[in-house]
Design a protein around this ligand. Structure first.
Ligand SMILES: CC(C)(COP(=O)(O)OP(=O)(O)OC[C@H]1O[C@@H](n2cnc3c(N)ncnc32)[C@H](O)[C@@H]1OP(=O)(O)O)[C@@H](O)C(=O)NCCC(=O)NCCS
Length: 199
């Protein structure tokens, strides 16, 4: 039986994973909870300008953290945090959208790909600056795919694509099975790649 969005709140244990980072630190990767506003605020406020240039939100503050928490079990969004079990700090945020907006559907049709909102989903990761390039994304990646599978998704596309100058992310996605399927002018008119992988 595939999971539904409400399982993030009703049944979080089926969506909770423990992992050890290459540094030896333990993290718990789980759906965000209503009480996570402070933790998420700290995480968002701590993101560097460079990370903000690649992971675009309209603000990086308590209002955005509150918005994420208010969206729990609503709309089509499911957000996960990886929390360091000793410092209790958020080291990663991973967002899923289980609906496919019309713009994405049209753009992918232009590449000859028909998206299906039942079996395709969008995903976007952001690792805290101090934890980037230390294998965190790679450790979380099998869980990222497993979560999509639990929701009966067959393909993952990148939420908003990836900027062509975000070489780190493009290499990361390629290493983790994503293929470039097309390109477009994204946010701030930047050259952006669409990438996709099967679940
Ligand atoms: C992109 C991101 C998710 C990758 O996660 P990460 O934890 O930093 O990546 P990892 O340390 O697991 O690295 C995995 C692979 O990425 C590639 N990579 C890492 N740093 C790199 C760099 N500076 N240049 C090129 N490739 C790089 C490598 O192939 C690496 O594998 P390797 O160490 O075996 O060579 C993370 O860096 C991040 O959140 N960046 C800021 C926000 C962002 O860009 N989000 C994506 C928006 S589309």
């Amino acid at each position: 039986m595939p999971l539904s969005l409400s399982d993030g709140e009703k049944n979080p244990q089926v969506l909770t994973f423990k992992s050890t980072l290459p540094s030896g630190e333990e993290v718990v990767f789980r759906p965000i909870e209503a009480v996570d506003v402070k933790l998420l605020t700290e995480f968002l406020e701590g993101l560097s300008e460079q990370t903000r240039d690649f992971y675009i939100l309209d603000s990086y503050d308590s209002a955005k953290a509150q918005e994420f928490c208010d969206a729990i079990n609503k709309y089509d969004k499911l957000r996960f945090v990886a929390i360091n079990t000793s410092t209790k700090k958020v080291v990663a945020l991973v967002e899923y959208s289980f609906d496919i907006p019309e713009g994405d559907t049209k753009r992918f049709l232009g590449y000859g790909i028909t998206l299906n909102s039942k079996t395709d989903c969008r995903m976007g990761p952001c690792i805290a600056d101090d934890y980037q390039k230390k294998g965190v994304g790679s450790v979380l990646f099998p869980h990222i795919v497993d979560i999509a599978r639990k929701f009966n998704k067959e393909r993952i596309i990148l939420w908003g694509g990836v900027f062509e100058d975000n070489k780190k992310a493009i290499t990361f996605y390629s290493k983790n099975g994503f293929k470039k399927v097309g390109s477009f002018k994204g946010t701030k008119d930047a050259s952006t790649l669409d990438m996709m992988r099967e679940v």
